[in-house]
Design a binder for this molecule. Sequence first.
Ligand SMILES: CC(C)(COP(=O)(O)OP(=O)(O)OC[C@H]1O[C@@H](n2cnc3c(N)ncnc32)[C@H](O)[C@@H]1OP(=O)(O)O)[C@@H](O)C(=O)NCCC(=O)NCCS
Length: 185
Amino acid sequence: MGHHYASYEPRARREGVVVDAVLRPATPADVAGLLAFDMTVVVRTPEEWADTIDRSVRGERLLLVADVGGTIAAFAQAHVLEEHPEDRAPAGHYLTGVTVLPEFRRAGLARDLTAARLGWIGQRADEAWYFASAENAASIRLHEQLGFSEVLRAPSIHGVSFEGREGILFRLQTASVHGGANRGG
Ligand SMILES: CC(C)(COP(=O)(O)OP(=O)(O)OC[C@H]1O[C@@H](n2cnc3c(N)ncnc32)[C@H](O)[C@@H]1OP(=O)(O)O)[C@@H](O)C(=O)NCCC(=O)NCCS
């Protein structure tokens, strides 16, 4: 149980370690690199990655990658979710699927990818949403540090269940981090 998550290590920050990453939207050439993430919770086929990239290129959603010298070290997404017919979580702009290859963790990549995605959401909406297993303490700490706060707990959120445990839904007012000005395009 919970073996997909990073172990919770609050003091493991790699002081002084600099990972020289370029954060950029994914392109069709990234499918091969993204297939290296088959250790994650959500495993996708090349066709599914290609489709997600295509929708990101068209601006319907966001798939960002952290490119470290040609290696895709991390990816993260943001997109709109409609209201789920059974779950209580609302429709809105969600952060989903931030994942960092183990050897590149604790260098700030997830934080930087999340700040960048919050900028993208902040241009489109006043609130950002995120959910995680209650067991994923590393992910929760990352998002709480960026200002997310808990809204509700449920066994299933947007159709995602959590290996028999609870999930937690979080919200952040993007207007409060981005000043609320200059939005709308
Ligand atoms: C969670 C995850 C994305 C973090 O990626 P990362 O690049 O290592 O995170 P960062 O270096 O940007 O960390 C930013 C902050 O998050 C928190 N954090 C990250 N990993 C942590 C860990 N293992 N234990 C405790 N806190 C952690 C810390 O507060 C950290 O700040 P600090 O390093 O200054 O202490 C990564 O561990 C991962 O890919 N896990 C598996 C996939 C997953 O669970 N994704 C989230 C799905 S909701």
